[in-house]
Design a protein around this ligand. Structure first.
Ligand code: NAG
Ligand code: NAG
Ligand code: NAG
Ligand code: NAG
Ligand code: NAG
Ligand code: NAG
Ligand code: NAG
Ligand code: NAG
Length: 318
């Protein structure tokens, strides 16, 4: 299979997960909703163009989708409904839910079309966090691949191979080291990526009809023998709404001013008692409240005295 073709499947980013998120009105732009359903939406994110920092990036404008009860925030994309389950200002992270890439065999020679999950993030403030995500492949006798682009560094391909002779040659809770599942780390600056398969191993279809591959949050996946069994069994049992990915977000088109240098015109760290920090996973910067202050450095007077330092969102980790 030609790697170049894989990126044809590129669709925008993905889905959600529940987080305990203490909410404070000071986190949103004044007069704007500070949450959508159970998810807190701190500025520069917001619901609607007048409530978000669209001058910095249009993707800060989230949609609150009221067809769900409670409503769920989604990234505005015409072709994909990517659910946001949490946003952390302090960590510069956002958690979204992504669909699972899969291919299933219905006989030793026929397979379903690979579902081809992929993202082009180049115009967004988001990149998959290299430290907080892994690429995981689930199946017997399958090579899963992740292909993409790393900004100016060009094309990127990695993957891993998983093998098992039968379901009973694997065991629940085993590390993803190649028996039933395998994993690979992902690099920084991965501005576009797609996940897929590159082997025809129709001989295992009788006991392992489907292969899966995902980029997901470290610690989310633990191997179960049952994941190998049944048509789309893993998705039905464990990933109905998608799998969590942690995206690093940042103010991408600018950098922290050097000492004594003039602040750029659209400088995002507008609160008194705030400062700018460069990010490592890509170009750009984030803002933070100075020591002893807490709140939202992206809003004027957003950083307040220590009494409210605890309003930072709890970004639950697995
Ligand atoms: C945003 O604000 C402008 C100017 O106040 C107003 O004309 C426009 O209708 C607002 N847009 C929305 C979606 O509320
Ligand atoms: C950042 O990009 C937005 C939209 O592309 C633009 O309106 C804004 O002026 C840019 N800011 C800087 C500092 O380049
Ligand atoms: C709300 O989400 C559902 C499911 O993802 C989607 O089908 C629907 O189009 C979304 N609503 C809007 C207004 O985009
Ligand atoms: C903000 O400061 C806190 C406390 O020092 C630190 O844990 C956090 O990583 C900082 N966040 C950013 C985006 O610099
Ligand atoms: C598929 O199965 C049929 C009948 O069981 C067998 O004749 C054929 O050789 C198999 N093909 C492959 C590629 O294994
Ligand atoms: C798998 O291999 C068989 C026989 O070698 C072939 O007929 C079939 O088209 C292949 N399937 C895919 C998805 O490449
Ligand atoms: C796997 O092991 C279980 C429990 O020991 C047994 O019931 C089952 O028949 C075995 N399956 C196969 C395919 O060997
Ligand atoms: C990511 O890209 C930025 C600029 O685009 C570069 O400065 C940085 O070194 C890159 N980081 C890695 C780990 O490649």
């Amino acid at each position: 299979m030609a790697h170049a073709q894989l990126l044809v499947f590129l669709v925008p980013m993905a889905f959600f997960l529940k987080l305990a998120t203490p909410v404070d009105g000071a986190m949103a732009m004044p007069g704007c909703p500070d949450k959508c359903g159970d998810v807190a939406i701190p500025y520069p994110f917001g619901i609607g163009e007048n409530c978000s920092a669209i001058n910095l990036n249009s993707y800060f404008n989230l949609m609150c989708n009221g067809t769900f009860h409670p409503p769920r925030p989604q990234i505005r994309e015409p072709e994909a409904h990517i659910e946001v389950t949490g946003i952390s200002l302090e960590r510069g992270e956002m958690r979204v839910l992504s669909p699972v890439n899969h291919i299933c065999f219905t006989s030793n020679t026929t397979s379903t079309k690979s579902s081809g999950v992929g993202y082009d993030l180049s115009k967004t403030p988001f990149l998959p966090s290299p430290s907080r995500n892994r690429f995981t492949v689930i199946g017997c006798n399958t090579l899963g691949l992740i292909t993409g682009y790393r900004g100016a560094s060009g094309q990127y391909v990695t993957g891993c191979y998983s093998y098992c002779e039968g379901i009973n040659s694997t065991s629940d809770g085993a590390p993803c080291a190649g028996m039933g599942c395998c994993e690979a780390s992902i690099p920084a600056n991965l501005t576009a990526f797609a996940v897929t398969f590159d082997l025809n191993h129709s001989k295992v279809w009788t006991f392992n009809p489907c292969f899966y591959s995902v980029v997901s949050e470290v610690g989310w996946y633990n191997f179960k023998k049952q994941d190998l069994v049944g048509h789309l069994g893993f998705i039905k049992d464990r990933a109905q709404n998608g799998v969590p990915i942690v995206a690093d977000w940042a103010i991408r088109n600018g950098s922290c001013p050097e000492k004594g240098e003039k602040e750029p015109s659209s400088y995002a760290c507008v609160s008194a008692n705030s400062y700018c920090t460069a990010v490592i996973n890509s170009p750009g910067y984030l803002c933070n409240c100075s020591e002893g202050y807490g709140g939202n450095p992206y809003l004027s007077d957003g950083c307040q005295g220590s009494a409210i330092t605890q309003i930072y969102l709890n970004f639950v980790t697995y």
